[in-house]
Design a protein. Structure first.
Length: 95
């Protein structure tokens, strides 16, 4: 499968991108290199290889979700630079 410069121009137009002639040539070469590599990978015998979603085993990194006692408002605000009552006071960001 060979990609032409016209194909790169077409995709750039669809994406509303301005691409110079030098960039078109470079992108065409790079995409063709990628497609050649994919063709090379497609030649491999993958019969008997189970499909997977990740190259390495992924385990759940989160702790068990369980109900616990919440912080008291005074403890939560103990290190706040500016507290007003039971709330954090922050600078105004909307005028």
């Amino acid at each position: 499968m060979k990609l032409s410069t016209a194909d790169v121009e077409y995709v750039a137009k669809l994406a509303r991108l301005e691409v110079s002639e030098a960039e078109k040539e470079k992108l065409t070469a790079q995409i063709n290199d990628i497609l050649r590599y994919i063709d090379q990978l497609n030649e491999l015998d993958t019969m008997g290889v189970a499909p997977m979603s990740h190259a390495i085993a992924v385990t759940n990194a989160f702790r068990e979700d369980r109900a616990a006692q919440s912080l008291e408002p005074g403890d939560a605000l103990a290190n706040a630079p500016d507290a007003r009552g039971e709330f954090f006071r922050v600078p105004k960001v909307i005028e």
